[in-house]
Design a binder for this molecule. Sequence first.
Ligand code: FPP
Length: 265
Amino acid sequence: MEKFFNAVKPGSREARLAAEIDPARLPRHVAIIMDGNGRWAQRRHLPRVAGHRAGVRPVRETIEASAQLGIGWLTLYAFSLENWKRPRAEVDTLWHLLRHSLNKELPELKRNGVRMQVIGRIDELPEEVQRDLDCAMLDTAANSGLQLTIALNYGGRAEIVDAVNALRNSKLPITEENISANLYTAGMPDPDLLIRTSGEVRVSNFLLWQIAYSEIWVTEKMWPDFRPLDLLHAILDYQKRERRYGGLGEPDSAEAPVPAVAVRS
Ligand code: FPP
């Protein structure tokens, strides 16, 4: 967390909030459903793509803040299998934004020690997008800081189907461990904290297997308005919860029940 304190103004709201976080109990893996770009734009009488453009800043800031805080894994849901149903121009803008951001931000990602990877049916993406993703992954492969995963052309059910098919071909028994080991996220810890913007309380086919015991935090803010301060709020809220994994938890903390889903406005 030291890097975060060095990067923010002493006495700022970010610094004060970060001081309340217990560095020993940071979520290891934070996953985010970035939602509300379209509504953000509509409310400003702008085309939907303006919302996607405005969504790049919080992507950059969230990656940077996560790396500085010392979070191990960050997974961002950027494009679902269902997103192909959107108008062609919107889909093309999303690929353009992704490629542009990758090229622009790569030096900063490297400076921050970020290692990037992607999950989803990547071989169905436009070839030039695949090329840029390959370059970014290769360029950051030796980094050992934040492991950034971008979910692209991703669907949670499709991921489970792909894993089960791979297992069937391998003739290994269908067990929870073997399914986990054949998911796109093999080797990663499951998300401890799942954040969703735009106030919608649903998981939208994201990491269905992996979020079995994740704590969910929802904010009313649209994704373009999401700031590192919101990430800090989510982490603080996460640290107040008691994770029981179906058991009974610690006897002395059992009297403070916490809602399964917290919505913050
Ligand atoms: C959801 O908002 C957002 C997306 C489908 C795309 C996310 C893309 C970005 C944040 C831009 C760039 C991404 C990267 C990784 C550089 P929505 O369009 O579904 O909003 P709505 O629910 O209000 O319509």
